[in-house]
Structures are given as structure tokens and as C-alpha cells.
Write a protein that binds this ligand. Structure first.
Ligand SMILES: Nc1nc2c(c(=O)[nH]1)N(C=O)[C@@H](CNc1ccc(C(=O)N[C@@H](CCC(=O)O)C(=O)O)cc1)CN2
Ligand SMILES: Nc1nc2c(ncn2[C@@H]2O[C@H](COP(=O)(O)OP(=O)(O)OP(=O)(O)O)[C@@H](O)[C@H]2O)c(=O)[nH]1
Ligand SMILES: [Mg+2]
Length: 456
């Protein structure tokens, strides 16, 4: 390991903004900032106490750059655990670039992607799951994903895994003491109790591994397609949900021909909506292509919203839509609730998981619709404060640990030697410590931080 040096980066997005921040971290952070920023009233950057800020003028050898605010953090009480100075200037590509250059001529070097957070990890400020949560926080598109990432940043997964790791450490220690020092007065290992304890850990790991799919839906959003025969109100529903005039609406059947897509937030969850052409035996080749695209979307979607017109009897085209939805995750929306209803909800019972009466002209339906949508994709009871597995690295580690514990439980069941059980427990422990980074290889750590952006 070489000497720890001082790094600097632009921490705010590159563009025009009210304020832009250059962040400096490392042993020379204060000395570097002092050479660039001249504080008002004769104060010195190097004399600033932690968690204080001061007004000044930043300059390089060319002359003044901008008026700035300097914020001081004294290690270990900072994001990275090192000394940090943040210089906030007016946000602008030129100003930020020039400030960063000034830092790099005065004792700092440009930070690599993720290097601030990597230093925070190396200084014990966060574990690998918390570091990964920082990426998820930055890239969250909806409230639920952001809350889940914040829970992980706060250590939800870290604590859950840590508890299991602590118990496994205890079991492993007890087993090896029992095996290695049979003549000492060590409490006998009770195979039934151990099997039961391991099974409990295994159960927690299995449910954690299962949480990956839920987390993915929350992070990435749900591919949702709106289908139905012409004129039932698909585009009206699209516009109601997006809150803008996204699709053309008219009383002429066959208005929508192409796919129209947009992303909406419902209950803090992200839904990628696609409005489609009305499904019918088309009159012309262009419409025919639109119908083909609609049918393809049904196959691809994670959630199908099938719209019907409640004021009219079911037609052959309606039945074709029902058939296309059979066996899929589909919700029947009986539209035009404001008109006299002739459809019987029973008609949809066999092909759809749920039926909802709506009017695409009424914003009051958004609430019950949101509830139905989230329930349809299994997010009705989503708890954003619970520990979840947030990426494939985490899932692989959890599954590896679970696999080892399964083997340990089986070994106990079959009366195999305690040696074999101890080996499995040790391996499970390795997988969990790699997950949190307590015992992770350089390659694992590097690959986690390679996903970060510069300045984070
Ligand atoms: N200006 C600014 N805002 C920011 C950050 C930053 O680095 N700078 N962050 C960067 O991502 C996030 C906040 N993360 C931070 C985490 C810990 C500490 C910190 O000083 N920790 C100390 C003290 C904690 C305490 O008082 O309890 C410590 O850990 O000892 C600072 C920022 C978001 N907002
Ligand atoms: N009364 C009433 N009319 C509605 C409702 N929803 C939609 N409409 C009307 O139904 C007609 C068709 O609406 P669209 O949203 O264009 O229907 P579509 O399913 O997208 O039709 P295509 O694009 O042709 O497949 C329009 O005149 C809408 O104003 C509703 O809830 N109540
Ligand atoms: Mg339409």
C-alpha cells in the first residue's frame, strides 16, 4: 500500500446550475484549499474547525475564479473519514473545471470513479452493501426505490447479514472447540439444537435471496401494457395516468396505431406504460402492423391492463383480447363507469386476476387503480425499510451462504461428522463476509466501486 494521497473531483453534475461543488479529500485537503481560497476578514482555511463554513474568493495564477463558500470536515468526522474541504462556487462547466484544475496544481490529484466512497469503505465508514446503496440512491427513479436504498444505506441489509454472521461465528467456534479439545470442559454440541438454529439462519437467507426480484421491480420499474379493442378508452387511460395529453384520443375507432410509451409513478413505484393500437381485424396494413405490435407487447409485459367498454356488450374483438390475456398477469379494467353499464364483471373472472370498474375521465380512480396495480405485481405489502438484496453480487453471496447451510443441515440430519458441518459453516461465513466486505478480495472491492461515477 502506498501513501494515502489527496484527491479532488467535481461532486455536482456537469452543467449550468445554481451551485457547483468541488470536493477535496485526504491529508492535504486543507493545505490545497488554502492555496486556492482566500477567506474574508483575514481568516484561513486551515484554521477552520470541522462542520464550519466560510466565505471567500477562489483564485489561480491567472487571477480570480469565483466567490465561493468553503465547508470544512475534519477526519475522521467526514464522509470518507479523511479531512475534506468542499468548495462551492457558482455551478458552471468552466468554473468547476478551473477550480478542479487549481486543486490538482496545488496538492491534489483527480479522483477515480467511486474513490471517495471507496475511501469511506476502507476507513470503516460504511460496508459494501451500504456503498452499493449509495449508487442505488443516486439512480433511484421513484420514492419507493429511494426509500429502500436509504434503508440499505442506513445498514438494513448489513445488520441482517451481520446478525447471521455473528451466529455462524459462534457455532463455528463452538464446534471447532468441541472437535479440537474433546478433553476440555466444553459444553457438548447438541445436534438437534444446532440443526434448528442453522435452519433458522437458512430461512432468513432464502427469503433474502427471494427479495432480489421484488427489489428489481422497485428499482427498474414495471413494464405495463394497455390493451383492448378500439375505442374502449386505452389512450384516455394513458393520458389520465401520465397526467398529460400523451396519446391522441378520439371517438374514431383505430385512432392509436403506433406504440406510445411513458413512465409514471404510482404509489411511489415506477411503471413503464405502453399504449397500443386497438385489437381488431384491421382494415389496412398499417393498422395491421399496429395490432401485431400490441399483441407482441402483451407477451413482453410484466403487467397487462386490458380495457373494456362497460357501456357496450362484449364483441368478438373483446374476446380476442381476453384470450390473449389468459394465463398472464392481467387486470381487467371495465371503463366508462359514468355511462349505463351492460357488462357483467363475472365475464372476466376466469381470464383475469382482478376486475376494476373505472372511468378514464375521472381522476378519483387513480387511487384504487394504483392499489390494484401495486397488488397485481406483488408490491402491495412492500416494506421499504426491510433488508433486501439489491444486486446480483449480493444475491450470489446470499445464495452461496444458503447453499452451504443447506449442506450443513443435511449433514447433521445424516449424522455426518461435525468436521464436515464446521467446514460448511465456515464457507457460509466466508460468503457473508465477502458480501459486507469484511473479508472481500481486492477484485470484489474494485468491481463494486467501478460502478460508481466520478465525484462519488
Ligand atoms: N455537502 C455535502 N452534502 C452531502 C454529502 C457530502 O459529502 N457533502 N454526502 C456525501 O455523500 C451525503 C451525506 N453523507 C455524509 C455522511 C457522513 C458525513 C459525516 O460527516 N460523518 C461524520 C459525522 C456523523 C455524525 O455527526 O453523526 C462521521 O461519520 O463521523 C458527511 C456526509 C449527501 N450530502
Ligand atoms: N363516457 C366516457 N367516455 C370515455 C371514457 N374513456 C374514454 N372515453 C371516450 O371514448 C372514446 C375513445 O377513447 P380513446 O381513449 O381514444 O380509446 P382507445 O381505446 O385509445 O381507442 P383506439 O386508439 O382507437 O384503439 C373517446 O371519445 C373518449 O373520450 C369514459 O370513461 N367515459
Ligand atoms: Mg388509442
Amino acid at each position: 500500500m502506498g501513501e494515502i494521497d489527496t484527491i479532488a473531483a467535481i461532486a455536482t453534475p456537469l452543467g449550468t446550475g445554481g451551485i457547483g461543488i468541488v470536493r477535496i479529500s485526504g491529508p492535504d485537503a486543507f493545505a490545497t484549499a488554502e492555496r486556492i481560497v482566500h477567506l474574508a476578514k483575514g481568516r484561513r482555511v486551515s484554521s477552520l474547525a470541522g462542520y464550519t463554513c466560510a466565505y471567500g474568493l477562489a483564485a489561480d495564477q491567472e487571477g480570480p475564479i469565483d466567490e465561493v463558500i468553503v465547508t470544512a470536515f475534519r477526519g475522521p468526522h467526514s464522509y470518507t473519514g479523511e479531512d475534506i474541504v468542499e468548495i462551492s462556487a457558482h455551478g458552471g462547466v468552466y468554473l468547476m473545471d478551473r477550480l478542479l484544475n487549481a486543486c490538482c496544481k496545488n496538492g491534489a490529484r483527480p479522483a477515480l470513479a467511486g474513490e471517495f466512497t471507496k475511501r469511506a469503505f476502507l476507513n470503516g465508514k460504511l460496508d459494501l452493501t451500504q456503498a452499493e446503496a449509495v449508487i442505488d440512491l443516486i439512480s433511484a427513479h421513484g420514492g419507493q426505490a429511494a426509500r429502500a436504498a436509504l434503508s440499505a444505506r442506513g445498514g438494513a441489509l448489513y445488520r441482517c447479514v451481520g446478525e447471521i454472521a455473528d451466529r455462524l461465528t459462534y457455532f463455528a467456534a463452538h464446534l471447532s472447540a468441541w472437535i479440537d479439545y474433546p478433553e476440555e470442559e466444553i459444553e457438548a454440541v447438541d445436534p438437534n439444537a444446532l440443526q434448528c438454529d442453522l435452519a433458522k439462519c437458512l430461512q432468513t437467507l432464502d427469503s433474502l435471496a427471494g427479495s432480489y426480484e421484488t427489489g428489481r421491480l422497485v428499482r427498474e420499474g414495471i413494464e405495463t401494457v394497455i390493451v383492448g379493442r378500439p375505442n374502449v378508452g386505452k389512450s384516455s387511460l394513458m393520458n389520465l395516468m401520465t397526467g398529460v395529453k400523451r396519446s391522441i384520443v378520439s371517438d374514431i375507432p383505430g385512432t392509436t396505431r403506433d406504440l406510445v410509451s411513458d413512465t409514471v409513478l404510482c404509489g411511489g413505484f415506477v411503471f413503464h406504460l405502453t399504449d397500443t393500437a386497438g385489437i381488431r381485424k384491421p382494415d389496412d396494413p398499417i393498422e395491421q402492423e399496429g395490432v401485431g405490435l400490441a399483441l407482441e407487447q402483451i407477451e413482453r409485459a410484466q403487467l397487462v391492463l386490458a380495457v373494456f367498454d362497460g357501456s357496450e356488450p362484449l364483441t368478438g374483438d373483446d374476446r380476442r383480447v381476453m384470450e390473449a390475456c389468459r394465463g398472464l398477469n392481467a387486470l381487467a379494467l371495465v371503463n366508462k363507469a359514468d355511462l349505463t353499464q351492460v357488462l357483467d364483471a363475472q365475464a372476466f373472472a376466469s381470464d383475469f386476476k382482478r376486475v376494476l370498474l373505472i372511468s378514464a375521465h375521472d381522476t378519483n380512480i387513480i387511487k384504487p387503480l394504483t392499489e390494484a396495480l401495486t397488488e397485481m405485481v406483488g408490491l402491495g405489502a412492500f416494506d421499504s425499510s426491510a433488508a433486501i438484496v439489491a444486486n446480483t453480487r449480493q444475491r450470489a453471496a446470499v445464495m452461496a451462504a444458503a447453499g452451504e447451510l443447506r449442506e450443513a443441515v443435511e449433514a447433521l440430519e445424516n449424522g455426518v461428522s461435525y468436521d464436515a458441518v464446521a467446514v460448511c459453516i465456515e464457507r457460509a461465513l466466508d460468503a457473508l463476509l465477502e458480501l459486507t466486505g469484511k473479508r472481500a478480495s481486492q477484485a470484489v472491492v474494485d468491481s463494486v466501486f467501478s460502478r460508481f461515477c466520478v465525484g462519488k
